[in-house]
Design a protein around this ligand. Structure first.
Ligand code: PLP
Length: 399
């Protein structure tokens, strides 16, 4: 006997991974320069030099220390360094005790969800959303409740969230800057959300937590990314260095439980307990040490900004509509027919490989990941134009 639920997660193919595997096969057939793979969120900017220098310094440690276990929550000095960096940036007073280091945002989110829910609870997500949220919510025995984002801005539709919250709601997950839309939630909207969550927590006599998934916090093009724990007390922040320092394979991040959170000490112990239960203790030790030296290293967003500008200009010239991206490295483009999968198949015929929006829980769009080379962006533009022309010609024929 096996666990059928786990079997289901293993057997269900990730559309994003499938598209990326197809891209690799296709590149082998017709040449890499002729295939435009926009599927994965793998940073195209190299990790900063400071990371390499920090690795080299860490390698000087005695091997038993370097490769040994750390405390389950991570090295205290590293957590202290992360806390000090947050304090400098957000005028807070966190300490090592507010942080639990994790293997990336994935571990951070699954730990947090398990820590603050009980089986049978509901967790609200804003659609379109990162597909793994559903897996983590359901594997904690909870129900994933989808609430559509605002149709034009892709901001949180706060009234719709209010309507979705019921006696079993334990948390709302928000992700800003957003994957897949590139939206950055405004302070004003987050304040409206906080007012709703405060009211609901009072009415329901139970805390409704806000889980902020923030791996793209530093990847923005001028927009303010408000520090949400300063807006809503029951906020837990899940962070990773996968995107900001281009370290997705190294699996390093953290959960922050701020002291403003009622019962913060107990919540932190539940986080530690969930880490223990899920087997996520002692985040990768080498990269804990790297963090201590790199917490204030800025993200290099210049290449993403250049890609974003070229892609937006090219697609808008070809007649596409999209959400103006304020952060992350994804462009959310309106499909040229209602069926995103059908649009994807026609794009694929032009060697264009975005991700259909069905993967993110909504119809009618595709996500174009622009964390690729500049040449991939510029090289793809004739194909985007040809695809749009094909739809236009078909429309004229049918008219
Ligand atoms: N949350 C969002 C919105 C993401 O886009 C990703 C990765 O792409 C993750 C979480 C997981 O990040 P990590 O690689 O740090 O586990």
């Amino acid at each position: 006997m096996i666990n059928e639920k786990m079997y289901g997660y293993g057997a269900a193919k990730s559309a994003i991974r499938e598209i990326s595997a197809y891209a690799a096969r296709r590149k082998a057939q017709i040449g890499a320069e002729n295939v435009f793979d926009f599927s994965l969120g793998n940073p195209s900017v190299p990790a900063p030099d400071e990371v390499r220098a920090a690795i080299e310094r860490a390698l000087e440690l005695p091997p038993t220390e370097l490769h040994g276990y750390t405390p389950a929550a991570g090295l205290p000095a590293v957590r202290e360094a992360v806390a000090a960096s947050l304090n400098r940036r957000f005028n807070t007073a966190y300490t090592a005790d507010n942080l639990y280091l994790t293997a990336g945002a994935a571990a951070s989110l699954s730990i947090t969800i398990s820590a603050i829910t009980r089986p049978g609870d509901e967790v609200v997500v804003i659609a379109p959303y990162f597909p793994e949220y559903r897996v983590w919510i359901e594997s904690a025995g909870c129900t994933c409740v989808e609430v559509l984002a605002d149709r034009s801005t892709f901001e949180i539709d706060v009234d719709a969230v209010r309507r979705a919250i019921g006696p079993r709601t334990s948390a709302v997950i928000v992700n800003s800057p957003n994957n897949p839309t590139g939206a950055v939630y405004s302070r004003e909207n987050l304040e409206r959300l906080a007012a709703v969550l405060n009211k609901k927590s009072c009415e329901l006599c139970r805390p409704v937590y806000l889980i902020c998934d923030e791996p793209y916090r530093e990847i923005t093009y001028g927009a303010e990314v408000p520090w949400v724990p300063s807006i809503y007390a029951r906020t837990l922040v899940c962070y990773s260095y996968s995107k900001s320092l281009s370290l997705p394979g190294e699996r390093i991040g953290w959960v922050l439980v701020p002291d403003t959170c009622p019962d913060a000490g107990r919540v932190m112990l539940a986080v530690a307990g969930a880490g223990r239960a899920l087997g996520f203790v002692c985040a990768p030790a080498l990269f804990q040490r790297v963090l201590a030296d790199c917490v204030d290293v800025p993200s290099d967003v210049e290449a993403y900004a250049r890609n974003r500008d070229a892609l937006c200009q090219g697609l808008s010239d070809a007649g596409y509509t999209y959400v103006e991206p304020e952060g992350a490295f994804y462009l959310w483009v309106r499909a040229l027919e209602p069926d995103a999968e059908a649009f994807f198949r026609r794009a694929r015929d032009h060697e264009l490989l975005p991700v259909p929006s069905t993967s993110f829980g909504v119809p009618g769009w595709v996500r174009v990941g622009y964390c690729v080379s500049y040449e991939t962006i510029t090289g793809s533009l004739p194909a985007w134009r040809a695809l749009a022309d094909e739809y236009r010609a078909q429309g004229e024929e049918q008219a």
